[in-house]
Design a protein around this ligand. Structure first.
Ligand code: UD1
Length: 343
């Protein structure tokens, strides 16, 4: 059976990717240092897709540990999700971000060089576009990351492009995610941020649960229909299926292929539209205050998803209502995230 090395497999995206691969009959070798994730997520994946995950606690900067894991054999491709991802934190600690994200990827590539693995899917981000010059954003739009985190993503895309140029036996797909939200339909897996959530959907969920008194809506004077900022929210299970499609595309691709593909819905949703959809679908009021813009925020950001359709045969299928329902289902069944269950 084909095995996929998944770095950061215990994280929010990784757990949904592994469950999706497992349900399709693929085995995952997970490498995670649990710096911002919980081994409980692995148990949840195992419950959904029994016998499909082999989990290792290791840091991707530990090249020898990766070599030992790869030496057990059978891995044919890698999905690289491990990394630090808080934009504000990356501004405060750029060296730590570079070390984890860029040097971590270099270490992974060094370990892979000694293995037969030559298919690489990288978890990149729409953050590389910075303040877009227009929407929808296609992959050929100029890149201008606004944070060390965004710079890390672009630098890693560059590393992978050079890798495949120097050794054309490699095949690479960079997936630029827009705004992943929602949770597995079962309610057993979802996003589990530590501390006060930075992102909108987790904050809405914790407000609905009474853990936060109210949501601050950051900015009501954007040039958008209701004045609040617009994003391309994508259901995490659609995103996970995008990774399966990427593996399929790599299997069919020519050696030396390097593709960069947006994963988004192509539909822009405002902050207020998302909050109102959440209230309607779940029948819960979200107390909110309208406040000033959050510094650095983009007004409008959504994908041109046509390349994903052409090159991967993938499109997002789930609706905003699905995202709101599934996010709340997870939150209400797991009010403390994975922590309570793991204790
Ligand atoms: C953020 C990151 C981006 C990352 C993405 C992951 C920044 C500048 N960008 O994007 O790099 O890839 O998350 O999903 O941090 N909002 C509120 N109230 C809140 C929280 C958010 O009104 O309490 C608004 C924001 O101002 C924004 C929208 O909701 O307009 C979405 O915010 P968020 O979920 O943080 O995503 P991004 O800012 O798009």
């Amino acid at each position: 059976m084909e095995k996929v090395l998944v770095t950061g497999g215990a994280g929010y995206i990784g757990s949904h990717v592994m469950a999706t691969l497992g349900r399709r009959g693929l085995r995952c070798v997970c490498v995670d240092n649990y710096a911002n994730s919980s081994p409980e997520a692995i148990r949840r994946v195992e419950a959904l897709a029994p016998g499909t995950v082999e989990a290792h606690e290791a840091d991707i900067r530990d090249t020898d540990a990766l070599r030992r894991i790869l030496a057990t054999g059978g891995v044919t491709s890698v999905i690289h999700l491990a990394g630090l991802k808080a934009v504000g934190e990356s501004v405060a600690e750029p060296e730590r971000y570079h070390d984890n994200n860029v040097r971590g990827t270099e270490s992974l590539l060094a370990a892979l060089a000694d293995s037969p693995v030559r298919r690489f899917v990288f978890s990149s981000s729409a953050t590389v576009y910075g303040h877009p010059q227009g929407v929808p954003i296609s992959e050929s739009a100029p890149t201008a990351p606004q944070s060390p985190y965004g710079e890390n993503k672009l630098e890693i895309e560059g590393l992978l492009a050079r890798l495949a140029k120097d050794d054309p036996s490699w095949r690479v797909i960079n997936l630029r995610y827009f705004n992943p939200v929602g949770a597995h339909e079962s309610g057993t897996m979802g996003e589990d941020p530590s501390g006060i959530p930075n992102n909108l959907m987790p904050f809405v969920c914790q407000t609905a649960a009474g853990r936060r008194p109210q949501l601050s809506v950051f900015g009501t004077d954007y040039p958008t229909p209701d004045g609040t900022a617009v994003r391309d929210y994508i259901h995490v299970m659609d995103l996970a299926e995008g990774h399966v499609a990427a593996l399929g595309a790599l299997a069919a691709a020519r050696d030396g292929t390097v593709m960069t593909v947006n994963l988004g819905t192509g539909r822009g949703i405002s902050v207020l539209e998302l909050v109102q959809a959440f209230e309607r679908v779940n029948g819960i009021a979200i107390p909110r205050v309208l406040t000033a813009r959050r510094p650095g925020d983009v007004a409008v950001c959504y994908a041109d998803p046509s390349l994903a359709r052409q090159a991967l045969g993938w499109t997002a299928r789930r609706t905003l209502e699905d995202m709101c329902r599934d996010a709340w289902h997870w939150q209400s069944l797991n009010p403390e995230g994975y922590r309570k269950a793991a204790a």
